[in-house]
Design a protein around this ligand. Structure first.
Ligand code: PGA
Length: 256
């Protein structure tokens, strides 16, 4: 079962996620981090940036990217990762990859998988969750064995992401995303969710049936998952009291 930690605020969640990443990097300065975009991980990146950590040797792999935006578009995930993660955290740009950033898009998925394997795999993957239950851009129906590949975004996700663009018509229809099989190979998954809008998808992911219809439920198949959520995102969890109880009574050596 995933460890579920319910906190008061997105800032508190960011601090806990930053604790996990900080602990990893202090033990292994060359650690491989799985990077997520969107609003959810911002408090984590902010908390990490505020710490006195040398992250210059950390290697980073983004979860996903739009297909079809002009290079350098401010909402491309390459731009977002540069702005929100690489620069504030002091990562080394050449050590950070985003799917589709090299070579023709037809081969980009396999190329990314090879690069992940060559790096030794992801040590800690930060994940948000979409209202469709996606992780990365793996929309409902995605195979649990899927690898990095080009996909079509749902209308729901395009609507949800329209806030970053002038209009929904500007949101690309296609994306390239790590697959669920790719994500499941990471050694530690840290799934974050905030706000009532995520409550239903989050409850399905953590407590519902394991089904490709709710791609985030794939995390139930992983041996080491930390779910860090605020009260609103936790509001539909049937076992919330137990999660709180377990966290309050965690052992001294237990950390997210
Ligand atoms: P958000 O997106 O963090 O912007 O809510 C999460 C996601 O779609 O995975």
């Amino acid at each position: 079962m995933a460890e579920v930690v319910i906190v008061d605020s997105a800032d508190a969640a960011g601090e806990l996620a930053a604790d996990a990443i900080g602990h990893l990097v202090v033990g292994n300065p060359d650690a491989v981090l799985g990077l997520a975009t969107g609003s959810t991980p911002l408090t984590t990146w902010r908390a990490l940036a505020a710490r006195d950590l040398d992250l210059s040797r950390v290697r980073g792999f983004a979860l996903d990217e739009y297909v079809g935006l002009p290079p350098g578009h401010p909402q491309s995930y390459r731009s977002v990762i540069t702005r929100e993660v690489v620069e504030p955290l002091g990562l080394t740009p050449s050590l950070v990859r985003v799917p589709g950033d090299e070579g023709p898009i037809e081969f980009a998925g396999e190329d990314y998988e090879r690069a992940l394997v060559a790096a030794g795999g992801v040590d800690l993957q930060v994940l948000g969750i979409g209202r469709t239950g996606h992780i990365g851009f793996n929309e409902p129906g995605s195979s649990f064995a899927s690898r990095t590949r080009v996909k079509t975004l749902t209308e729901q996700t395009r609507r949800d992401n329209a806030r970053f663009f002038d209009s929904i018509d500007d949101v690309p229809m296609h994306c390239i995303t790590q697959g669920l099989g790719t994500i499941l190979r990471a050694r530690h998954l840290v799934l974050l969710a905030f706000g009532e809008a995520k409550a239903e998808a989050l409850a399905g992911a953590v407590e519902g049936p394991v089904t490709a219809s709710l791609p985030a439920s794939a995390v139930q198949l992983h041996a080491r998952v930390t779910v860090i959520v605020d009260e609103a995102a936790a509001s539909r969890l049937a076992h919330a009291d137990y999660y709180r109880y377990a966290w309050e009574h965690r052992l001294d050596w237990e950390r997210p």
